[in-house]
Design a protein around this ligand. Structure first.
Ligand code: ATP
Ligand code: ZN
Length: 292
């Protein structure tokens, strides 16, 4: 049993080398954490926070966080769910987005979960797959493989597969058809349920606030434009900004500068409407972080 300990650094588990590695490190650097060269060591000290990164295989992350070896971890929801790890999921992070899907050779034309009854299903996710079929009272024969699941039907080791899909390209290239998505996944930030020192809790709180700001910023753009004074009320209607836009008079008579934050999802629509309303010199800037 680990005791409350304020002498050790907050330890964060990150995938050592894989699909989540670069995006996780970019996120950590984006919220202001600086690290030494993380390519060379498994345990990397943060230069400006009492934090260290443990770089390990993604499959090991839930267990390390559950055991309290690491206090936080960045890992796919698929891995957390597969392990049924006793950790707290703090938030989803909108990257590493994929789904766990049942797929079968195209020519077999499987359509529903019931069509998989009695079939051999190859997967690296036996837990999630079994729970899915158990919940539907369908019997299947699960063949656990650690990789290259998509070739199992061609090798006649299995009739169908249950594997991670993002674009579906790998399935297609192997003559397989996606039949049912059984689990939506993205990277999650998970926290240990072991007791932590107040110092570590405080550090986690600060990191979370920064991640929230970073994520909000990634979904928004800052726009600047000039417009005739009489167009301001129309422009205010168009801008779905978080707060009301900033309007400043310009030296030119009757002209103003308008600044606002715009959600990325509506950015281009808004752009066109602003132009139509009389805005000129529209400039769009990325936002690094948005606090509060
Ligand atoms: P490790 O060596 O760390 O065990 P791995 O080969 O198991 O690596 P990766 O292929 O790097 O893992 O995938 C890591 C995570 O990326 C997956 O668990 C999943 O959450 C996510 N992911 C996103 N898209 C895909 C995809 N198309 N295929 C596989 N994983 C994906
Ligand atoms: Zn893995």
């Amino acid at each position: 049993m680990r005791t409350l300990d304020s002498t050790t650094s907050l330890r964060i588990a990150v995938q050592k080398s894989g699909r989540l590695t670069d995006k996780t490190l970019t996120l950590l650097e984006g919220i202001g954490l600086k690290f030494d060269d993380y390519k060379r060591s498994l345990l990397v000290k943060c230069l400006n926070f009492d934090v260290e990164l443990l770089l390990i295989r993604d499959d090991d992350i839930p267990e390390y966080v559950e055991d309290g070896v690491c206090d936080l971890g960045f890992v796919g929801a698929n891995v957390v769910a597969e392990d049924e790890a006793d950790v707290t999921i703090i938030r989803g992070l909108n990257y590493g987005v994929c789904r766990l899907s049942l797929a079968a050779p195209k020519e077999d034309k499987l359509k529903s979960a019931a069509d998989f009854a009695g079939k051999r299903i190859a997967t690296s996710y036996p837990g999630i797959t079994k729970r899915y079929f158990d919940s539907k009272n369908i019997n299947v024969d699960i063949v656990t493989l650690s990789g290259s699941v998509e070739i199992a039907p061609r090798l006649e080791i299995a009739d169908a597969i249950c594997d991670l899909v993002s674009t579906g390209g790998t399935l297609k290239a192997n003559g397989l058809e996606e039949v049912i998505n059984i689990f939506d996944s993205e990277t999650q930030l998970v926290k240990t349920n072991k007791p932590l020192s107040p110092g570590k809790e405080n550090l986690i709180e600060r990191i979370l606030q920064r991640i929230e700001g970073y994520q909000k910023a990634a979904k928004s753009k800052y726009i600047l434009m000039n417009a005739p004074q009489e167009a301001v009320s129309k422009i205010k209607e168009i801008l779905p900004s978080l707060k009301s836009p900033t309007v400043m008079p310009l030296a030119d008579n009757g002209m103003v500068a308008i600044h606002a934050v715009v959600p990325l999802s509506t950015f281009w629509d808004v752009m066109e409407q602003l132009k139509a309303a009389g805005a000129t010199g529209i400039v769009m800037l990325p936002i690094e972080s948005m606090i509060a």
